[in-house]
Write a new protein. Structure first.
Lengths: 335, 367
């Protein structure tokens, strides 16, 4: 049955149900249990945001607290996946991926291809993304585009608890490496989530709001800003469709193109930097495939091409707002 | 205040969880004579769109609801009265109207009032409405759930105790069906009746639910008072196998929507929410296997396996003329039963022409 739970609880439930269903599922990461060497209060931490809390008591050593060496344990997770386990590695902040690029880009993403389809790497790398957490430039980035660029990786970024649970279970059961991006500011958000296990297929965007005048395409926390903008615009008679991509690689361009064919106007919203972003990728594809349907130039609303500021006032300016999204929609409908 | 000559037209409560609905448009003008059962306006909820039928005759004196606006359940949308009522009386009625609070059945947050019962085959979700002497059990069809009765359960509960349940493999009931046969599903209903302390009941089955009802009539006749078979399986061998396969195989909204549209004479009734809710159900672990096993057993090779009857019990057969899943011509097999074919409705006739179906069922049960 469905009840309202937070995205944090939904992720915990997904891990719990998959660990219970499949003994090959293991979880590893920094402080996911009690911190290295912690005696007595082994289940105290549950990760920096408490997502894995309670799992150690149920599954014991299938949860591995790792040293503070991302390259070591991401490499270990990828190796374990290649040898038949289904590891879920928690990398804390996506910003730390840099030290693991060889394992992720050159190993995990390439095994299936380089071994002629005979090797599989069913690893999930969970990480936090996004700004607004007062965590400064090295802990606040939205690096989703880096990973969508690499063939062989799947990239997921849910916007709510229902999607988070279904997409995480799908990610764990998928036989390819998945970068699972969780927005820091969404962990507490509650939505209706069934108690039972379920999966949401990749490349199946969710139309979060129906509309006929303009299409807003986005993902993650920006879905909520886009809906806020759409609600505001509706008061002025502008009816926006909001598409939540849910998975960035593979990406559901069919839903986007179908919507743009109906509305004729596109605003792409991305919390990532503007260049080579999800927004620019979707914009280019629509310009290529549906140019004839467009009634106005495509608009993009993204973070600026700067690091995320530590100053709270500047950080708030950095993140795209509902007002900016609404203004971009107004620019497209002005034509 | 309670002027019997003035009848309010209010936002209907369709379904257990409905709190508000959007008035999408009026179908009649001010001053029009309205007959009972005439559709007067259209409403869209987060579940489905539909037309509101008038429960009273009279003149539509004043339209209050604005098209495109969302109103809470029971909010005043218009006023029907006979011509002896003055315009001032109408205006006074409108200005003094207070939208009654929706009764919540004791649940906080206005959550839908469902219950669960543990049967030998697993946990079953059900809804119970009303407290009349007669008991009615509503049995949905393949891929459905108890919300298929959202336009019927409240109306039937006006003078009966009505239960609607999710069959195993469906809705929020247990997903595993150990032996996906009509006999086992029929026994699940009998166990449900035992658990609820129901000695005998009027069975109302839609589609596959109709075949299950007839199976119960065959195996446990003393537990059945009458049968109502709506767009029922079990009366012929034809079934739209493309629909069954399409429903099972669709995993995206784009694939599922055209499939589900076949259920209705008017495909625009299929809202995004309706399709999304079906997808959420189909994504649950175990559903795919349950649906495949059930279809393979009851509709092997795209034909209906069982040919059933109502075992001498009073039977009412209802069909939507434009049924694209099981043809309305199967109603002709129902010799000896009251057969009603309803225009402007497809397979989901109990949703599309709820007023007519409810009236037929009520008359059948009291008859």
């Amino acid at each position: 049955m469905a009840r309202k739970i937070s995205m944090r609880q939904a992720l915990n439930e997904a891990l719990d149900q998959e660990m219970s269903r499949d003994p090959a599922v293991i979880v590893m990461g920094e402080d996911i249990v009690g911190g290295m060497g912690g005696e007595g209060e082994k289940d105290a931490w549950g990760g920096v945001l408490g997502v894995t809390k309670g799992l150690y008591a149920k599954y014991g050593e299938r949860l591995l607290d790792t040293p503070l060496s991302e390259s070591a344990y991401i490499g270990a997770a990828i190796g374990a996946a290649a040898c038949g386990m289904r590891p879920v590695a928690e990398l804390m902040f996506i910003d730390f991926m840099g030290v693991c690029f060889d394992e992720i880009f050159n190993q995990a993403a390439k095994f299936k291809y380089m071994f002629g389809g005979k090797a599989e790497t069913p690893v999930v790398i969970r990480c936090m993304v996004g700004a607004g957490f007062r965590a400064a430039a090295q802990h606040s980035q939205m690096l989703t585009p880096l990973f969508t660029h690499i063939p062989g990786l799947k990239v997921v970024c849910p916007s709510n608890a229902y999607d988070a649970k279904g997409l995480l279970i799908q990610s764990i059961r998928d036989n390819d490496p998945v970068i699972f991006c969780e927005h820091k500011n969404l962990y507490g958000l509650e939505t209706d989530v069934p108690q039972e296990s379920y999966t949401i297929p990749f490349a199946e965007a969710n139309v979060a709001r129906d509309g006929k005048d303009a299409t807003i395409v986005t993902y993650g926390m920006m879905v909520h800003r886009a809906i806020e903008a759409a609600t505001d615009l509706a008061k002025n008679g502008i009816d926006c469709e909001v598409i939540d991509l849910r998975t960035l690689s593979p990406i559901d361009m069919d839903t986007v193109l179908e919507s743009v064919e109906n509305t004729g106007r596109l605003v792409c919203v991305d919390e990532a930097h503007p260049r080579c972003s999800i927004a620019s990728d979707v914009s280019a594809k629509v310009a290529q495939e549906a140019f004839g349907s467009l009634k106005a130039g495509i608009q993009m609303v993204t973070a600026p091409h700067t690091p995320v500021p530590f100053s709270p006032a500047l950080e708030d300016l950095y993140i795209p707002t509902a007002a900016q999204i609404a203004a971009a929609v107004r620019r497209t409908v002005a034509h | 205040m309670a002027d019997k000559r003035i009848v309010p037209v209010v936002m209907p409560k369709w379904g257990l969880s409905m709190k508000e609905g959007k008035l999408t448009g009026w179908l009649v003008e001010d001053g029009k004579r309205i007959n009972v059962g005439e559709t007067i306006l259209e409403v869209e909820t987060d579940k489905i769109a539909g037309a509101l039928e008038s429960t009273d005759a009279g003149t539509l004196r004043k339209r209050v609801g604005e098209p495109g606006t969302v109103y809470p359940v029971k909010a005043l949308l218009g006023v029907i009265a006979d011509d002896s009522v003055t315009d001032k009386e109408i205006d006074d009625y409108v200005s003094s109207y207070v939208t009654p609070a929706v009764e919540e059945g004791g649940e906080g947050e206005g959550g839908p009032k469902y219950d669960f019962v543990d049967l030998p085959d697993g946990r079953i979700r059900y809804a119970k409405r009303g407290s009349g002497a007669e008991t009615v059990i509503l049995i949905h069809g393949f891929g459905g759930d108890l919300d298929n009765w959202l336009f019927n359960i409240e109306a039937l509960a006006e003078n009966a105790t009505v239960y609607a349940l999710d069959l195993p493999g469906h809705g929020q009931s247990v997903k595993a069906i150990n032996d996906p046969s009509l006999a086992v599903l029929a026994m699940t209903i009998v166990s449900f009746m035992n658990a609820m302390g129901i000695k005998s009941a009027h069975l109302v089955g839609h589609s596959l639910g109709g075949a299950i009802a007839m199976e119960i009539a065959r195996e446990a006749k003393d537990r059945v008072k009458s049968l109502t078979l709506i767009s029922s399986a079990g009366l012929g061998s034809d079934i739209n196998s493309e629909y069954i396969d399409g429903f099972i195989n669709a995993s995206s909204r784009r694939d599922l929507k055209p499939v589900v549209e076949q259920l209705f004479a008017n495909p625009s009734l299929v809202t995004r929410q309706l399709v999304d809710d079906l997808l959420k159900y189909k994504r649950l672990d175990g559903v795919d296997a349950a649906l495949r096993a059930l279809a393979a057993n009851v509709f092997p090779s795209g034909r209906q396996r069982a040919r059933l009857d109502w075992n001498g019990l009073p039977a009412l057969v209802i069909w939507g003329r434009e049924d694209r899943i099981i043809p309305a011509s199967h109603a002709a097999a129902a010799t000896g039963a009251q057969a009603e074919i309803i225009d402007g409705a497809g397979h989901m006739v109990q949703m599309e022409q709820a007023g007519k179906v409810n009236a037929l069922i009520k008359a059948h049960i009291s008859g």
